[in-house]
Write a protein that binds this ligand. Structure first.
Ligand code: FAD
Length: 500
């Protein structure tokens, strides 16, 4: 039994994009605070933040149809899309600041320009897409969006999707060139390398097993060193639980009242990846379709060009599925052990309400490869089974809580920051829109947990994120300035591709 014991200002649990972002922000705001990280795996960015475990979409609401809903009067509500776009602009500004301050050397190591498109088939869907386009293209945030239902134009935009397509069904798409593909795994690793260079104490193969409040108001963590098997004790004034799917269990261990009556529902994912370079070369966009009836919003099918491991790839999915694990490397008992006396009713209510979703997810797990190919053929009519392999993506744990609108046990599809009233501990739950909005979400953590420092920190926050606290939609001049400077700084205005 080791007696390693430390005392520090901040402990970050988990080495994913969220801890990476929070650690980097805090190091800029208060360089002399001591930060310690515990990660149970041997490297950073290996769970949901890994490039193979998520879809790499820089979610700016340019193509995701589930962010814009048709209202009963037939008009399209784009308020959610506006919110997500504004949040993504915050990430873009922070990443640009990191490039300009030489903390990131080559932005193309993690971000690439890529058209974002929405594509629908059938008359009703085409009418919806046109209305959506009209509502969005009038908004400065979505300037540059184009719409077409002309098969000739679509053939130019998406030849792989249009070739060999029976011409009897109406089809339409929107396209906007300012979209991005983001390698969140690479970004996480870059940020952890940077944190290491700033003397952040990063401990891999260290699993946090317990979190308790001490009599003097600090937090004490019991951490197992997975190499030696020893249990260590580490104390901090502030703890961030950035354990991804592992966060719920840790939040429960902290015992804070804000963490009660909350449950988690795991949704797994599978992508299909193309192994034929000739097919890969024929596509250059992220093309989002419409979710199938009964499918959860995170299983909207999309055909994506990706930039992974220094090469251009083509992925389709994600197919949602069910596994009781909360992390890809988690345990089959994760779901069961997350049920506690305080969230039992919440969980049972959610179970009863979401029978059809659970059934849908289990059916999805059972799908044969050929059945998955049939879904892919709605995008690529002549896709060949031998050109595609299956890869298992990350786990998402959706938050379940009691809400006024939905009642007991309502399934949430967003992210939630849960923090103690005194701001000494915070956890991030949920997974959508996820990594793209990490900077906005981590600024929320900072605002909630360090209100006493906000006045002092605000000038630095504004230096890093010039639009902080300002609506870009209502300030088109600032928006234009930010679009131009972030595109320049992140190398997104270059048209040529550095990958084959
Ligand atoms: C299929 C899929 C597609 C997605 N697509 C997108 C997308 O296109 N765009 C987008 O923006 N987002 C997307 N997301 C969401 C995004 O991946 C996540 O929101 C984000 O990566 C979460 O980051 P994180 O740091 O919270 O968690 P993670 O990256 O999962 O990191 C958590 C870390 O904590 C560690 N950990 C857990 N428990 C413990 C413990 N007890 N002790 C020590 N360490 C622990 C884990 O090992 C892990 O390394 C997608 C997610 C999935 C699953």
């Amino acid at each position: 039994m080791s007696n390693r014991e430390t005392k520090t200002d901040v402990i970050l649990i988990g080495a994913g994009i969220m801890s990476a972002t929070l650690g980097t922000l805090l190091k800029e705001l208060v360089p002399d605070w001591e930060i310690t990280v515990f990660e149970k795996l041997s490297k950073s960015g290996e769970e949901s933040s890994n490039e193979w475990n998520n879809a790499g979409t820089g979610h700016a609401a340019l193509c995701e149809l589930n962010y814009t809903v048709e209202k009963p009067d037939g008009s399209v509500d784009i308020s959610k899309a506006i919110k997500i776009n504004e949040q993504f602009q915050v990430s873009m500004q922070f990443w640009s600041y990191l490039v300009s301050s030489k903390m990131i050397h080559n932005p193309q190591d993690f971000i690439m320009p890529l058209p974002h498109m929405s594509m629908v088939q059938g008359e009703q869907n085409v009418t919806f897409l046109k209305k959506r386009f009209e509502a969005m293209s009038n908004n400065p945030l979505f300037q540059g969006m184009e719409f077409s239902d002309d098969p000739g134009k679509l053939m130019e935009w998406i030849p792989l999707i249009m070739q060999n397509r029976p011409s009897n069904e109406p089809i339409a798409a929107t396209k906007i060139d300012s979209g991005t593909d983001v390698n969140f795994g690479a970004l996480t690793r870059i940020l952890f390398d940077h944190l290491k260079s700033k003397n952040v104490d990063i401990n891999y193969k260290h699993s946090v097993n317990d979190i308790k409040r001490t009599s003097d108001g600090l937090w004490e963590l019991k951490v197992r060193n997975l190499d030696s098997g020893n249990v260590e004790r580490h104390t901090a004034k502030f703890v961030f639980i950035g354990g991804g799917g592992g966060s719920l269990h840790l939040l429960q261990k902290s015992g804070i009242p804000e963490g009660k009556h909350i449950g988690g529902f795991p949704v797994s994912g599978i992508f299909m990846v193309c192994n034929n370079p000739e097919v890969v070369a024929q596509h250059h966009a992220k093309v989002y379709g419409k979710a199938k009836v009964g499918a959860p919003p995170m299983s909207v099918p999309h055909l994506d060009t990706r930039f992974i491991d220094n090469k251009k790839s083509l992925l389709f999915g994600p197919f949602a599925g069910f596994s009781p694990k909360f992390l890809k490397t988690g345990s089959m008992f994760d779901l069961v052990t997350s049920v506690k006396p305080d969230n039992l009713v919440t969980m049972l209510s959610a179970g009863a309400k979401n029978m059809s979703l659970t059934k849908y997810l289990i059916e999805q797990v059972m799908l044969s490869k050929e059945k998955r190919m049939e879904e892919l053929r709605e995008f690529i009519p002549n896709a060949k089974s031998e050109d595609w392999d299956l890869v298992v993506a990350g786990q998402r744990v959706q938050v379940i809580k009691d809400t006024e609108a939905g009642g007991k046990g309502t399934l949430q599809f967003g992210t939630e920051v849960i923090s103690a009233a005194d701001g000494s501990i915070a956890a991030l739950l949920g997974a959508s829109p996820g990594a793209s909005t990490a900077v906005h979400v981590m600024l929320e953590v900072i605002k909630k947990c360090f209100p006493q420092h906000m006045k002092e920190w605000e000038p630095k926050i504004k230096e890093m994120i010039p639009s902080y606290g300002v609506s870009l939609m209502e300030n088109p001049e600032l928006l234009h300035e930010i679009h131009t400077s972030t595109a320049e700084m992140l190398g997104l205005s270059k048209k040529e591709l550095v990958y084959s």
